[in-house]
Design a protein around this ligand. Structure first.
Ligand SMILES: C=CC1=C(C)c2cc3[nH]c(cc4nc(cc5[nH]c(cc1n2)c(C)c5CCC(=O)O)C(CCC(=O)O)=C4C)c(C)c3C=C
Ligand SMILES: [Fe+2]
Ligand SMILES: [Fe+2]
Length: 331
């Protein structure tokens, strides 16, 4: 691949959602406060939301969520540990395909390492052109949109602003679909194929989709792409949405309700994957692999296996490198 100028000028900001610094109620509260104060995540009028957030949600949710984090913590939050490994592998891969060093920094929209810190590190390394790669295959204003907001906010404090390009989505990129289908196939080779493959995506409120967020259409295209790549018939797979929060209806069908119904419909063995998550995290390792397993087994299920996120797998790193290379070409 040929770049117009020297490769030292380019850098990559690899962004994921965020995670607490420690699995303690105090650190979780700090993280949740930053996350849930983002208007793209919760768009309720602030006069209603502030008292609810500060008076009820943060005090009650922080200790519960801290406990959940303690069960998956491995010296660090899995999301950050995997993200740092992804950044390192991506830099090595880019060096191999581009033939020069392109620094890659991991950043989180909420918590640490922060987006301003990541941009500062890239600038200190001499980077003049930054590719922002949000680790969200499916675009949503609640995730990808917030990354752009946070990058713009960070740049507002900088005099010599770098040039910036952002990957908007990659929900039907052939390398992404191949990587997902490949991970299912290798799971089947080791464990055999279950009655059904459930593709569980993180949800958003239905209202956000009605107001124009294309997220569910992206999820549907990903799920169909994976099912087609695996040659699955319609009754061999299903798309659901997990992790709903608050009182209003979120995208449906809900993962937990579906898991409760499936054994009654004769589905006793299940493979479940979460294609919206580029790295394993609380929502996959605890909510899907542990909590929702109990839902399925208690409802009469016999075998439940979670297929891990793409994490640092070579197919995933190849995809991320291609997404960066696509942005660099012609810059
Ligand atoms: C309150 C509204 C929320 C929206 C909208 C939302 C969208 C959304 N989130 C992800 C990815 C992740 N979410 C994670 C945790 C998490 N998400 C919410 C709320 C919303 N998410 C909360 C309150 C939390 C924290 C945990 C909890 O209190 O339940 C994570 C995991 C982070 C980790 O440290 O492991 C990820 C990743 C997507 C992809 C998405 C919309 C498309
Ligand atoms: Fe979330
Ligand atoms: Fe959750």
């Amino acid at each position: 691949m040929e770049l117009q100028r020297t490769t030292e000028q380019y850098g990559v900001l690899l962004v994921n959602l965020g995670t607490p610094d420690e699995p303690t109620p105090k650190a979780v509260r700090r993280y949740l406060k930053q996350f849930l104060s983002d208007r793209r995540v919760v768009d309720l009028p602030r006069v209603l939301w502030w008292p609810l957030l500060n008076g009820i949600i943060l005090p009650t949710r922080s200790p519960k969520v801290a406990h959940a984090y303690q069960t998956i913590w491995q010296d660090d939050s899995p999301l950050r540990r995997i993200g740092l490994a992804q950044a390192k592998s991506l830099q090595e891969k880019l060096e191999f395909i581009v033939g020069g060093e392109i620094p890659v920094e991991l950043a989180m929209t909420y918590g640490n390492p922060s987006i301003p810190a990541g941009i500062e590190k890239l600038q200190q390394a001499g980077v003049k052109r930054i590719v922002v790669l949000p680790l969200y295959p499916q675009y949503s204003a609640t995730t990808t949109g917030s990354v752009l907001d946070a990058v713009a906010k960070a740049l507002a404090d900088i005099r010599h602003v770098p040039e910036v390009r952002m990957v908007h989505d990659y929900y039907q990129h052939p390398l992404y679909i191949n990587a997902l289908a490949g991970s299912v196939k290798s799971h089947w080779q080791q464990h055999g194929q279950a009655d059904k493959l459930l593709m569980s995506f993180h949800g958003i409120p239905q209202r956000y989709a009605r107001l124009g967020d294309p997220y569910p259409t992206h999820c549907e295209a990903t799920a169909k792409g994976v099912a087609d790549a695996l040659g699955l018939a319609d009754d061999q797979w299903q798309l659901t949405y997990q992790s709903r929060f608050g009182k209003e209806p979120w995208l449906q069908p809900y993962t937990d309700e579906t898991l409760e119904q499936l054994p009654k419909q004769g589905v006793k063995s299940l493979d479940i994957m979460c294609p919206a998550f580029a790295a394993d995290c609380l929502e996959t390792l605890e909510e899907i692999a542990v909590e929702n397993r109990d839902v399925f087994m208690d409802a009469g299920g016999e075998r439940y296996q979670y297929i891990h996120a793409l994490n640092e797998s070579p197919c995933h790193i190849k995809l991320l490198a291609q997404l960066v290379a696509d942005q660099l070409t012609g810059w």
